[in-house]
Ligand binder design. Structure first.
Ligand code: GDD
Ligand code: MN
Length: 346
């Protein structure tokens, strides 16, 4: 019964091979041609303790005279008052009731006066100037996003691995996964009504832009976000996983029908990594434990060793739970879209 072992080998070697093959690809540099007017949409739900730092960060990242800031708010706390207290021009769209981030995002896009729309979460901070991302928004590039870092070690190791993959996919053509910390696109290419009422607004925008024949890329602009602690970390990871699972299933038929083979290949690889590869780990573990118990113990020992080596420790610590979260996410995804979620403590 070598099947278990083969599944385990495939589980680890496939992503590693993908990583090593695409890793060297570099995005073609673009010169910034100067500031252009942008609309910055911030959806907010009870961000009273984060919104001040968020707005200060936005102001530091892009000149205010070129930025129209739009807050689409459904808070029950003092988010709007705190935002107003900064004394800068902000367009506030107050929602009658809370309906979920996606409705706020679409309302924000409808209210945007500029062609370049930047969507950004209130609990995320940009490390780099916004211009370094939006300077790419011309010609064949229709949407841009960021790479990410977090305050949590294991989450960061996982991020670093995926940041390389996002940037390399972007250099090859496009990436189907975007981040809500910074999602910018040209409104003339995509209207709010075309965006599905889904949890992963960010990745929907990326994929819709790619399906229209434009590129959707992640840039080296980095965004910081706090990861929730304790049990909230679990619900946060499975919720995000669930959004991605539904994203991949929703767009699979459309991507398969498209004639863009480069995009198809990248999308299918990510579909595999998020929906199929996690099962190979679970099945591989079960089959090996049953049929090859001695070898299984040996593999456990090898795993323990990777947890001691500093170079692999954080990635392994993040990788294994993440596969578990992705499997949980598939079960959760069966219950439908999840548009409103509890605010995790960060
Ligand atoms: N107006 C409004 N209404 N805003 C909301 C609502 C809502 O019902 N729910 C969340 N928001 C706002 C938050 O205040 C925050 O600014 C932003 O939307 C993101 O919400 P978080 O609660 O911080 O979500 P997250 O960071 O865990 O979710 C991430 O992953 C998702 C994919 O799974 C983000 O990157 C999302 O953008 C992404 O879609
Ligand atoms: Mn967040």
């Amino acid at each position: 019964m070598l099947l278990g072992l083969e599944l385990l080998a495939l589980h680890f070697s496939e992503p590693l091979a993908y990583y090593l093959i695409i890793k060297g690809k570099k995005l073609q540099e673009v010169e910034a041609e100067g500031y252009v007017p942008v609309s910055i949409v911030i959806p907010t739900y009870n961000e009273g303790d984060k919104i001040r730092d968020k707005l200060l960060n936005v102001m530091k990242s892009y000149p205010l005279e070129y930025a129209e800031i739009i807050l689409v708010d459904s808070s029950t706390d003092n988010t709007v008052e705190v935002a107003k207290s900064l004394g800068i021009p902000i367009k506030i769209v107050k929602e009658r009731e809370r309906r979920g981030k996606i409705f706020a995002v679409k309302e924000g896009i409808r209210n945007a006066s500029n062609d370049i729309v930047v969507i950004t979460d209130a609990d995320a901070l940009w490390d780099d100037p916004l211009i370094d991302a939006i300077k790419y928004l011309k010609g064949e590039i229709g949407a841009v996003s960021c790479i990410k870092r977090s305050n949590r070690g294991a989450e960061n190791a996982y991020r670093n691995f995926y940041n390389v993959i996002r940037l390399s996919e972007s250099a090859i053509y496009s990436t189907p996964i975007f981040h809500g910390e910074l999602t910018a696109f040209r409104k003339s290419l995509l209207s709010a009504d075309e965006i599905p009422n889904a949890g992963a607004d960010d990745s929907s925008i990326a994929t819709l832009i790619a399906l229209k024949g434009y590129r959707a890329i992640c840039t080296k602009v980095r965004a910081f976000e706090y990861s929730p602690k304790g049990l909230d970390y679990f619900s946060w990871k499975t919720r995000r996983g669930l959004h991605l699972v539904r994203h991949f299933i929703r767009f699979l038929p459309k991507v398969m029908r498209s004639k863009n083979n480069k995009y198809k290949a990248i999308f299918l690889e990510e579909f595999y990594l998020h929906l199929i590869n996690p099962w190979f780990l679970a099945l591989g573990v079960v089959l090996t434990a049953i049929y090859l118990p001695k070898l299984f113990l040996f593999l456990l020992l090898a795993l323990l060793i990777t947890l001691v080596i500093p170079q692999s420790r954080e990635l392994v610590k993040a990788w294994i739970p993440n596969q578990f979260f992705l499997i949980m996410a598939q079960f959760k995804a069966l219950r439908g879209e999840f548009l409103m979620w509890k605010k995790e403590s960060k």
